[in-house]
Design a protein around this ligand. Structure first.
Ligand SMILES: Cc1cc2nc3c(=O)[nH]c(=O)nc-3n(C[C@H](O)[C@H](O)[C@H](O)COP(=O)(O)OP(=O)(O)OC[C@H]3O[C@@H](n4cnc5c(N)ncnc54)[C@H](O)[C@@H]3O)c2cc1C
Length: 338
């Protein structure tokens, strides 16, 4: 059996943190399995990146280089990954579960007659065979399993282990020749929201959740969406928290109601939304219903601010419930943070 770790270089020629995390997990696994480790790198000129991980213990560093392989594009990524897997005669292949790798991995497995598993969250070894963990059915069931099909291609989720750190050196690179396949797709650039507009921050310590109450009539009979928007954005700016939402709030736009324009379904937490992982969570103007709070199962410490002392949070779902007006509380919090 032989293990191959695959990565592509970034625009500046380096390896991303996600790649170094996947490398660290692969190094551990290859050690536990007692199998040789190869590294396969794709990029315009990936030799320099190979040098930065020269001390990872790999016995071979295979590269596919050229301008065509610098861009993230199915045709070239899949062809390069396939060629590297064949050159390394790999039976086990790992990549970081980035959108670029998740897109091509099943196709590469098909070309090689192997199998791919994505969203892998744990790696282990028993009796000389690899074992993986992953979640199914929206993180309700964790499966720990192995496969007999080889090659077995695994996309490793971020955060499994710390990024690989070690000595750089001079890697002995074996260049694998590959004529770029005919590619109709040209990558012309990336469009991403400005850092301040990006409200989903998986690395944040705190998840801040907004509920439909922010857009409901308040005690004085008025709807205060503009004030809500200001309070929420100020808090996010001051705290660098990640923004989550209930389904009711993100659905309101479709009903023609006044909405918070910076929220989309990507912010939705819950049964039909996401299941983020943050050390702490603070819910505001949200009722704490089961289909929502089920998305909180990996949040360490849960607090909520609601006017309703009989809400779902009060019934055991929050560690601390503040029965208070979230408009007043968040104004005070922002004042203190500022
Ligand atoms: C199959 C299915 C799947 C679902 N999936 C999801 C999901 O993935 N995620 C999800 O979120 N929901 C989901 N839901 C919907 C879920 O059941 C709830 O309807 C929803 O979470 C309620 O949203 P909310 O708490 O924001 O709104 P509401 O229930 O309207 O609650 C608003 C709360 O705000 C409080 N409030 C109002 N003003 C203030 C104030 N000034 N200060 C403090 N508190 C205030 C009110 O007291 C109230 O408790 C799903 C439902 C179904 C049937």
């Amino acid at each position: 059996m032989s293990t191959l770790f695959l990565a592509h270089t970034e625009a500046d020629g380096t390896l991303a943190k996600s790649a170094l995390e996947a490398l660290a997990a692969t190094v551990q696994l290859a050690g536990a399995l007692g199998t040789p480790l190869s590294v396969g790198l794709i990029g315009e000129a990936p030799g320099a990146a190979a040098d930065t991980i020269a001390g990872c213990g790999a016995s071979r560093f295979l590269t596919i280089s050229g301008a065509a392989f610098a861009q993230g594009r199915y045709a070239t990524d899949a062809a390069a990954a396939e060629a590297l897997c064949r050159a390394a005669a790999a039976t086990l292949v790992t990549v970081a579960a980035t959108s670029r790798w998740n897109r091509v991995l099943p196709g590469v497995a098909h070309r090689l007659g192997g199998r791919a598993d994505t969203h892998v969250t744990g790696l282990d070894a028993a009796n000389g065979q690899p074992i993986i963990s992953r979640w199914f059915y929206r993180q309700r069931m964790e499966a720990v399993f192995s496969r007999s099909t080889r090659p077995w291609l695994l996309a490793l989720e971020g955060g499994m282990v710390p990024a690989w750190q070690g000595a750089a050196g001079t890697a002995t690179v074996e260049a694998v020749a590959l004529t770029p396949p005919l590619a109709r797709t040209q990558v012309v650039g990336f469009e991403a929201p400005a850092a301040d507009q990006q409200t989903i921050r998986p690395d944040a310590e705190l998840l801040f959740v907004t509920g439909a109450g922010w857009t409901k009539k308040q005690a004085d009979g008025q709807v205060k969406v503009a004030a809500a928007e200001e309070l929420i954005l100020d808090f996010l700016r001051l705290s660098r928290a990640s923004l989550g939402s209930t389904k009711s709030l993100v659905d309101l736009g479709g009903e023609g109601q006044d909405i918070l324009p910076f929220l989309s379904h990507l912010n939705q937490v819950g049964q039909t939304g996401s299941t983020p992982r943050h050390a702490k969570g603070l819910a505001t103007c949200c009722h704490g219903e089961e289909p929502h709070t089920v998305g909180w199962r990996f949040i360490g410490e849960r607090r909520a601010i609601s006017l309703d002392s009989n809400c779902g949070w009060a019934r055991g779902k929050a560690d601390v419930l503040y029965v208070a007006d979230a408009f007043a509380v968040m104004a005070k919090v922002n004042e203190l943070l500022a």
